[in-house]
Design a protein around this ligand. Structure first.
Ligand code: ATP
Length: 769
């Protein structure tokens, strides 16, 4: 078969044959291979070359046309970066027989291939693809083999055909594979019909790519499909910045900016937005433009808040009784609750829904334990899960957004806690098992680290809360907002519709913690002193010295007997000389270097060895691992060493081992250094925090506050003092557009639903001791 009619005109090519594969990632279909050069129109004189790209299945003894560009790799020299390719099948009988009897086509041997070519001639492949009956008369060819040969040929040729076509629009093989998997042979026809539809259907297919294709096809820049796709694209992008909606005028401006054409006016875009609103592709309300899922998430969440608040608590505990109970708890815990803490326990016991907020060390956990104890005593419930069975479920539900946060909650409260996803029975695909029809079973729900909960998850969670369940939300409003859209905790507090208690008195500080002092200095906008102390050090250095400084500190901590898991480097960004990637590479070399005996696997971005510290990057509920979980590579199995015939990486987390196949490797990365965003909800004995000017875009008060509050025993900041001071005084002005506050005020009639709490000032727990 000659070069495809869609082959890129004037583009350089190398016609070559596979010598051997150097690296192949099955999941990504990414390969690096050595190729014997048979013919080329490139200025290249060598006999062979290393190529890399996304290939579906490169075969030996088969020739290909590779289209691409040369690249100089610092270590491996000149390589050919392949952007598209196609199999070369000579029209000669021998060539066709070799191709049809290759490993690509199961069940077709040399003899059968010869018969096929004898019967169908030079155009055998085209005939088989186009005519389902073409193979019917080939003697001895079973119908099943004939069908599977035709399907495999269609797949193989079809993908190459699509890939070559898409390469004309600078769409690489990786994206071509996604497109082909989605649309198969329809891909070219569909893209020619409406390239903008791909923006919605294919993850990662950018509006600009669609635009380029449409442009080459001569589609008008003011075509309604273009404007529609532009509107949706602008909204989708705003969700990535945490917004729940865009104000109408801002949305129009962003669409104008994106579409950049003089044919468009605000009126035309407004009309298109109105049409999209009419057919429910978007929702416009009060001048706010929403993607439907977010509109319904906020609206649903506030409706459920109202529903929960409306059903009052049946059992009211007289103040005298509560004071006595709290006094007894103080005695057994050997502490005396501060006034705010006492108010928090009292109010939570009497509130259907309450928020407990406060900075580090203000006693949130202490109060949570107090509330659990008081509630259990009042309702004569055991706090021991073993005292319950399937018919009598444990009445206390403790949950948090991440695995690490749930684990910490389990440890601090002394009761089992789980992630919100697990609690709701998320299956990873179709949604949650728990909802309004299948609600949660229990009496008292405590949700920790609520600042990390986004609008979607908040709605799913509250949907599943039955009317008579009591709820306590716990979180620090000064932490980073959720990664997903919304700012649910601060909107709840800002609405003034929900009872809350804000703890301000710091208790851990009394134990002499400089870390907590720094956190509160940042929180209260007070000047931060960086002088060294028992649990705090500042090490001045610049960007280029950073990796060296960090590896030294890390090594010293290990020499002192700390475990790799105890020491955590937190940085704001991946790139730069002092970025996460460089720090991880350097630390891996020091902590877990290559040795003869140590097994390793190579992925596109990293090398993993047995003993490496790694982090899970996405929720993988089917295996019980969640975004932010940190584990260790404990075993690597080669393909031939297991029944699945696929390479495997085994990672041990706190309470389980999870097996990763190559297709899952993209879900992990090294975790010697992780991003501050990923560290939300976790705590570490030692935190090393690099802060340099290069990070300036990221250096904001809430980011540094979040990083600092992750450290429990020791905090080491290294870098430039000026950058740190600038960071802690820079408030993130990127306001998120959310309407939860207004929605709550409208639904709850702007009243804080105060619990009926007697004035505790008149009595003290001591009156009852
Ligand atoms: N009323 C109190 N009297 C004495 N010590 C207290 C009191 N309240 C809290 N503490 C102590 O202060 C420290 C911090 O309290 P706790 O862990 O409850 O705070 P937190 O707000 O949950 O902190 P973080 O958010 O950092 O985990 C603990 O050692 C706790 O025992």
């Amino acid at each position: 078969m000659e070069r495809d009619k869609y082959a890129v005109e004037d583009q350089g090519y190398i016609k070559g044959e596979l010598v051997y594969t150097i690296f192949h990632n099955q999941a990504e279909q990414f390969s690096i291979a050595k190729i014997k050069v048979l013919e080329t129109n490139e200025a290249f004189k060598e006999k062979d070359i290393v190529i890399k790209g996304y290939f579906s299945n490169l075969q030996e003894e088969t020739s290909y046309y590779f289209y691409g560009t040369f690249e100089k790799h610092p270590r491996f020299g000149t390589q050919y970066n392949v952007t598209s390719y196609q199999t070369f099948i000579p029209n000669s009988k021998d060539g066709l027989v070799a191709y049809l009897s290759s490993d690509l086509f199961y069940g077709v041997g040399k003899k059968t291939a010869e018969k096929i070519v004898d019967q169908l001639g030079e155009n055998a492949i085209t005939k088989i693809i186009n005519d389902p009956k073409a193979l019917a008369n080939v003697a001895g060819l079973k119908q099943a083999t004939a069908e599977s040969l035709r399907t495999a040929l269609q797949e193989n040729q079809g993908f190459e055909h699509v890939a070559v076509y898409l390469a004309n629009y600078h769409i690489g093989l990786k994206m071509a594979q996604k497109i082909y998997q989605n649309y198969k042979d329809e891909a070219i026809h569909l893209i020619e019909e409406d390239p903008y539809q791909f923006v919605f259907d294919i993850e990662g297919f950018g509006f600009r790519t669609a635009d380029e294709i449409a442009n080459q096809m001569g589609l008008s820049t003011s075509h309604p499909n273009r404007i529609g796709a532009g509107c949706i694209y602008v909204l989708q992008r705003s969700v990535q910045d945490g917004h729940v909606f865009l104000p109408m005028d801002k949305c129009i401006n962003l669409v104008m900016e994106l579409l950049a054409t003089i044919d468009l006016s605000e009126v035309i875009i407004t009309e298109r937005l109105t049409e999209l609103n009419r057919d429910k592709t978007i929702i416009i309300q009060d001048g706010h433009v929403y993607l439907p899922s977010l509109y319904y998430a906020e609206d649903g969440f506030s409706t459920h808040i109202k529903r929960i608040l409306t059903k009052p608590i049946e059992h009211q505990t007289p103040m005298a009784e509560l004071m006595k109970i709290i006094g007894d708890i103080e005695e057994s815990e050997v502490l005396s609750y501060g006034k705010e803490q006492f108010t928090a326990i009292n109010q939570s016991i009497h509130s259907k829904l309450m928020i407990l907020t406060g900075g580090p060390g203000t006693g949130k956990t202490t109060v949570v334990k107090g509330i659990l104890n008081a509630y259990a005593t009042i309702h004569q419930l055991s706090l021991n899960p073993k005292d319950y069975d399937n018919e009598h479920e444990f009445p206390f539900i403790l949950t948090a957004p991440t695995g690490r946060a749930a684990k910490r909650l389990t440890e601090s409260a002394g009761l089992p806690a789980q992630t919100i996803h697990r609690l709701l029975g998320w299956d990873g695909n179709s949604g949650f098992d728990k909802n309004e029809h299948e609600p949660l079973a229990g009496r008292f729900l405590i949700i920790d680290e609520f600042s990390m909960v986004d609008s979607w998850l908040a709605n799913h969670l509250f949907k599943a809360i039955p009317d008579d369940m009591q709820v306590l939300i716990v979180g620090d409003e000064d932490q980073l907002p959720s990664v997903g859209p919304g700012q649910v905790l601060s909107d709840l507090l800002g609405s003034d519709c929900i009872p809350f208690v804000r703890l301000t008195e710091v208790y851990r500080q009394k134990e002499g913690s400089r870390i907590i002092q720094i956190a509160h200095e940042i929180k209260n906008d007070a000047p931060v002193q960086l002088q060294n102390d028992q649990d705090f050090s500042f090490i001045p250095c610049n960007e280029l010295q950073m990796v060296d400084v960090i590896t030294k500190i890390f090594t010293k901590a290990m020499d002192k007997g700390f475990d790799v898991r105890d020491v955590q480097v937190l940085a704001p960004m991946y790139r730069s000389e002092a970025g996460i990637t460089k720090i991880n590479q350097a630390l891996q070399q020091i902590i877990n270097p290559k040795t003869e005996q140590k097994r390793e696997v190579k992925t596109q971005d990293a090398v993993y060895r047995k003993g490496d510290k790694v982090i899970q990057l996405v929720n993988q509920p089917e295996d019980g691992v969640y975004n932010g979980d940190i584990g260790e590579v404990v075993a690597i199995f080669r393909e031939e060493e297991n029944t699945e015939n696929v390479e495997q990486l085994v990672i041990a987390y706190d309470d389980k081992e999870v097996v990763y196949e190559p297709k899952d490797y993209r879900n992990i990365m090294h975790a010697y250094c992780i991003s501050i965003h990923k560290s939300q909800g976790s705590e570490f004995p030692i935190v090393i925090l690099p802060v340099v000017r290069t990070y300036h875009r990221m250096l904001k008060k809430n980011l540094l506050y979040t990083a600092i509050t992750r450290s429990k025993q020791s905090l080491i900041i290294c870098g430039e003092q000026q950058a740190f001071v600038k960071g802690v005084t820079t408030v993130d002005t990127n306001q998120r557009y959310t309407s939860l506050k207004e929605s709550l005020i409208a639904k709850l009639d702007s009243k804080v639903i105060e619990p009926e709490v007697e004035d505790e000032d008149q009595l003290s727990p001591y009156d009852f001791m």
